[in-house]
Design a binder for this molecule. Structure first.
Ligand code: PLP
Length: 395
């Protein structure tokens, strides 16, 4: 019989020459399990998705309950679907009153596309500014914002009137003018290798956007839902963006995204033309039921309260002479080492020894640490012991 691995390579599209080929049979809590009894402590969380761990019982129960009622019924925005309404309401309750309206999507990139559209229509301007070494998704609009020519050249032409500033550099804020529709930034740059900006920078960026009538769009697709030690990372900077983009950890493991704004900004998509931004599966009722259960879990189980302490334990246990720097905020962390060979060998060794870590799109010299927020002290110690062995061996 042909193995799933062979069929994977033969019949599914490949995104690299050397996929990791780790086969997953099931996942539970902090662990992934393979078909031959392999067990991996997951420090990647499906790339910042499984914030409440894999297959949280509350999420599974909510999904089952919704499955008994209905799945897809119509395009987003036409029928009143309780899971969408209940989730949007719960989400808005957690946000400052400025945020009044939620548009539900399928993915992060789709939230980015919608946000760019409403920013252009609301301001009547065309220029969008993004940050160098950003990552906002792989659709053509989102890819236009990536700020790394290596990923753009083969797909040109991308969107016109996109300009780039250096993240966390106040001097570059002068590029934002009254011609700028929006500045789109990650709250913390993830794929650049977890770059946490200064509070002063974020406050100056907010001020510059306010002064020029430019919308500030925050990508919290990696940072949202407790990852950094607050429900949303903008809270660390004492500012409120004009549009908040969410995905990944939003759905408790189910596909979902959202962009959130004031009613005034969001209302531009209602008319002229009507149905100017629609999606068939965006806000899928099963995903929304999962998202509500996941958000309730984060809040009721007070998962955010443990984040700083768990992050401190990682930092203590990974304080290794070959680690140049541990960057990050909360449980969005990276270990800076020297070169990609080390990163590759360490990740491989860790996987062979039951710990899943990874690297970054724009920073191949750092190791990604983003475990479920539910990870226990014992699991952190277990994972760090393996990572230290790998550091000893390959650095
Ligand atoms: N924005 C950020 C910061 C991301 O990390 C990602 C995905 O990795 C995206 C946007 C795109 O999200 P999606 O893959 O759901 O389209």
């Amino acid at each position: 019989m042909i193995s799933n691995r062979e069929l994977f390579l033969k019949n599914t599209a490949q995104t690299s020459e050397s996929p990791r080929l780790i086969e997953v049979e099931r996942a539970e809590g902090s662990y992934l399990y393979g078909p031959q009894g392999q067990k991996y402590l997951d420090l990647v969380s499906g790339f910042n998705v499984s914030n409440i761990g894999h297959r949280h019982p509350r999420v599974i129960a909510a999904i089952k309950e919704q499955l008994e009622k209905y799945m897809h019924v119509t395009v987003y925005g036409e029928f009143v679907q309780a899971p969408q309404v209940q989730f949007a309401t719960k989400l808005l309750e957690q946000l400052p009153p400025f945020f009044q309206s939620v548009y539900l999507t399928n993915s992060g990139a789709e939230a980015v596309e919608g946000s760019m559209k409403i920013a252009k229509k609301f301001t009547g301007r065309r220029q969008i500014i993004a940050a160098k070494k950003a990552y906002h998704g792989s659709t053509q609009g989102a890819l236009s914002l990536i700020g790394n020519p290596a990923y753009q050249e083969a797909y040109a032409p991308l969107l016109p009137e996109i300009d780039f500033i250096t993240f966390n550099d106040q001097k570059d804020l002068s590029h934002i003018t009254t011609a700028t529709a929006a500045v789109i930034v990650e709250a913390i740059q993830g794929e650049a290798g977890v770059r946490v900006p200064d509070v002063a920078y974020m406050q100056a960026l907010r001020q510059k956007c306010t002064d020029t009538g430019t919308l500030l769009i925050f990508d919290e697709i990696q940072t949202g839902f407790g990852r950094t030690g607050s429900l949303f990372a903008f809270e660390h900077f004492g500012i409120i963006p004009d549009i908040l983009m969410l995905a990944k950890g939003i759905g408790g493991g189910m596909p979902l995204g959202a962009f959130v704004a004031s009613k005034e900004i969001m209302d531009v998509i209602k008319s002229n033309p009507m149905l100017g931004h629609i999606t068939t599966f965006g806000g899928h009722p099963v995903s929304c039921a999962a998202a509500l259960a996941s958000l309730e879990t984060i809040l009721e189980e007070k998962l955010i309260d443990g984040v700083a302490e768990k992050a401190a334990l990682f930092r203590e246990k990974l304080n290794h002479p070959q680690v140049k720097e541990i960057r990050g905020l909360g449980l969005m962390m990276c270990l800076q080492i020297d070169n990609f060979d080390q990163v590759y060998n360490i990740s491989k060794y860790c996987a062979e020894n039951g710990v899943m870590i990874d690297w970054y799109l724009h920073c191949e010299t750092a190791l990604r640490i983003a475990p479920p927020l539910t990870i226990s002290t014992e699991e952190i110690c277990e994972a760090c012991a393996i990572i230290r062995q790998a550091l000893d061996k390959f650095c």
